[in-house]
Design a binder for this molecule. Structure first.
Ligand code: WTA
Length: 661
């Protein structure tokens, strides 16, 4: 993560080129300002206009925003629509039936293209199959699938029949999957035999089988299995069904379920600072509106574009900019099964060249990794590929350091492509603070200005807005259409987390620290203010990892902190106290390894601590509070200069300097 200093020193400004401005959907700063002014002057009028212009409603809404149950806001509450209809039927009816909707490239390179007409037919068939299994409007369906056309089809099919999908990233373990199944009360799980990544086949179905034996999953009636590789699937009679058997003979038409705009479209579990991951609940209408608008304004999407968002469908980015946004705009998008480093570090660039991608959206961690690999393997450097099809680049998920920004700009974008550094969250549904590429001059490392209509601000701990130049809490002052509606099953947690009383109860608290440039008002994100880590753009709660560690019978106590990492942004450092004597040497090595695997088993490989350090105890105040600040200093390898005399046991600090190699 870039420090505040390095960001504030950044004063290079990149203006959009006149050619880009001339063709942009939002053309020039005046156009951006006009939209902001329209929203300022008549907030509901603004969103109402856009919702009428961008969504096809089955039944038009008469109310734009209902704040009577704040902070449980309702948008377009009396309108009815279907999001799958807006993504598929609408485009086929508009004459785009033969247009390529998805270009799928598999791990090993096979390419499959699907037109809008075919996609609609596949979604309708699968939707009919789900109905045949008794899945009804409002039922929860867990999707545990690799990146695939089937992943998009499964999500769209749920939306078509009003079922609420909850996609679980294929990298999560059986235990993590079980927690989500139980919390959501899912009736059905859609999975695959295996996923193919980096030339390897990784089992998926066994994780589902294991999850279902762990208890708490009594709501699940069926498991639908997409045969990806022909790997072992252990089909359980009466419970498990093959995808291909289910869709065979299904009708290609399926009347959509017309739902209220507020009908939940999906739950997506994400980490917070306390407790287990929370099910962020999104709506149908408001979510769709911002998915479309951000595609049009942030990504400047045009009928001729080939759009590629590299995010997995297991994350919100894969929802908004993989499954819904591009299709709702009638775009052509790339869906990629594999990893950026297989068969070599040129994979992304080669794919851009082959498919003539024009808009490319990825995470800073991927860029940083590819910079490094490109140095070691000049033959896979972006300069070796024809990337002239690119016209716009984007980043998401974590702060991008100016060095990586410049490399992306020059080596990938050939110096001609604007970069949109988009700040947003699972909870916000879509971009909140981002440049509009034909309007906003960009500054490396800054996500610049709020999306038109988004009232972002920085406040102090009492909720008072700070002057520009002062760092504080990032908040959003007014509700917006694509916002989180609640935490599934825990409305109180929603209220406390996002609308805390300390800030007055009316400001959405994002959980990030931010500062605005004193002159331009541009926002720079400084990272989380809570105990949430951002590891390679993945959100992980320190508490979650601590609980995973403590669930190992050997562990008495654990504390987890982040430390800056060149490529991943943040690395995970775990301090562990065992129930037995502090291990050293070979034993420590072995135990550290076991514990890392234990965390992978409890959560998933993405949560494996990078470092484990063993102590006889943890540094605590006399009242027994773990001093995380000290642990963070130790993790960074810095000397502790503050007074530690209030510590119960200062000698412990020396032990905790030692990293198990
Ligand atoms: C961080 C991902 C800096 C931030 C869409 C946020 C960013 C968290 C940016 C949400 C960005 C996301 N610059 N930081 N452009 N985008 N973040 O829910 O800390 O997986 O709160 O959503 O990622 O992560 P999430």
């Amino acid at each position: 993560m870039s420090s505040i200093e390095s960001v504030l020193q950044e004063n290079r400004i990149f203006n959009p080129s006149p050619e880009f401005v001339a063709q942009a959907n939002v053309s020039g700063m005046d156009a951006y300002k006009a939209l902001c002014a329209e929203a300022e002057a008549d907030y509901e009028g603004y969103w109402g206009r856009l919702a009428r212009e961008n969504i096809v409603w089955k039944q038009p809404f008469t109310t734009v925003l209902d704040e009577s149950k704040a902070p449980f806001y309702q948008w377009f509450p009396d309108g009815k629509l279907n999001i799958s209809w807006n993504c598929l039927d609408k485009n086929v009816e508009a004459g785009l039936g033969d247009k390529t909707a998805i270009i799928f490239e598999a791990d090993k390179g096979e390419v499959t293209k699907v037109t809008y007409r075919e996609l609609l037919s596949r979604v309708a068939k699968f939707a009919n199959a789900l109905k045949g299994l008794g899945v009804k409007k409002g039922d929860r369906v867990i999707i545990y699938l690799p990146m695939s056309i089937e992943g998009v089809v499964a999500m769209q099919a749920c939306a078509r029949i009003g079922a609420i999908h909850s996609v679980v990233f294929g990298g999560f373990s059986a235990a993590a999957l079980r927690d989500r199944i139980e919390d959501a009360g899912a009736v059905l799980i859609i999975t695959a035999d295996e996923q193919c990544r980096g030339g390897k086949n990784i089992p998926l179905k066994p994780a589902v089988d294991e999850a279902l034996t762990l208890g708490g999953c009594g709501s699940v009636r069926n498991v639908v299995v997409y045969q990806r590789s022909g790997g072992p699937a252990n089909m359980v009679a009466g419970r498990d069904l093959w995808w291909h058997d289910l869709v065979a003979g299904q009708s290609e038409t399926c009347e959509p379920e017309w739902v209220d705009a507020e009908h939940p479209l999906f739950l997506l579990y994400t980490s917070g600072s306390t407790g287990k991951p929370k099910g962020v609940q999104h709506s149908t209408g408001g979510y769709l509106l911002l998915a479309i608008l951000t595609m049009k304004w942030t990504f400047d999407i045009k009928p001729t574009d080939v759009f590629w968002c590299t995010a997995d469908i297991g994350w919100v980015t894969g929802h908004t900019y993989g499954t819904y946004g591009p299709l709702a705009c009638g775009g052509t998008e790339i869906v990629f099964e594999g990893v950026p480093t297989y068969p070599d570090a040129g994979r992304f660039w080669k794919m851009i060249q082959t498919h003539k991608a024009s808009v490319f959206y990825t995470a800073p961690t991927a860029i940083r990794a590819l910079i490094k690999l490109g140095e070691g393997h000049p033959e896979h450097h972006p300069e070796k590929y024809d990337l002239s099809s690119l016209r716009l680049l984007g980043t998401v998920g974590e702060p991008i350091n100016p060095e990586a920004w410049m490399w992306y700009h020059e080596k990938v974008g050939g110096g001609r492509c604007p970069i949109v550094d988009t700040w947003w969250q699972t909870e916000t549904g879509a971009h909140m603070i981002t440049p509009l590429p034909g309007a906003t001059p960009t500054v490396p490392g800054s996500c610049t200005l709020p999306f038109p209509g988004i009232m972002a601000a920085i406040v102090d701990e009492t909720g008072h807005e700070l002057e520009w130049g002062k760092g504080g809490f990032l908040v959003i002052k007014r509700p917006w259409p694509s916002m989180i509606r609640t935490i599934w099953g825990d409305p109180e947690r929603y209220r406390k987390n996002y609308y805390p009383e300390e800030l007055g109860g009316k400001l959405y608290l994002a959980g990030d620290g931010s500062v605005r440039d004193p002159k331009t008002g541009y926002f720079t994100i400084m990272g989380r203010i809570d105990d949430v880590l951002n590891v390679s753009g993945h959100r992980l709660g320190t508490m979650e990892i601590e609980s995973a560690l403590v669930s190992n019978p050997l562990v008495a106590e654990a504390a987890v902190v982040g430390k800056p990492h060149d490529i991943k942004g943040e690395a995970i450092v775990a301090y562990v106290v065992l129930k037995r004597a502090r291990p050293v040497g070979e034993e420590a090595k072995q135990l550290a390894n076991d514990l890392r695997n234990h965390v992978a088993h409890e959560i998933g490989p993405i949560a494996k601590p990078d470092e484990i350090r063993f102590g006889d105890n943890l540094p605590k105040t006399r009242s027994g509070k773990i001093m995380r600040r000290l642990l963070r200093t130790l993790a960074r390898g810095e000397e502790i200069t503050s007074d530690v005399s209030t510590l119960e046991n200062p000698a412990i600090l020396d032990q905790l300097k030692e990293v198990v190699k």
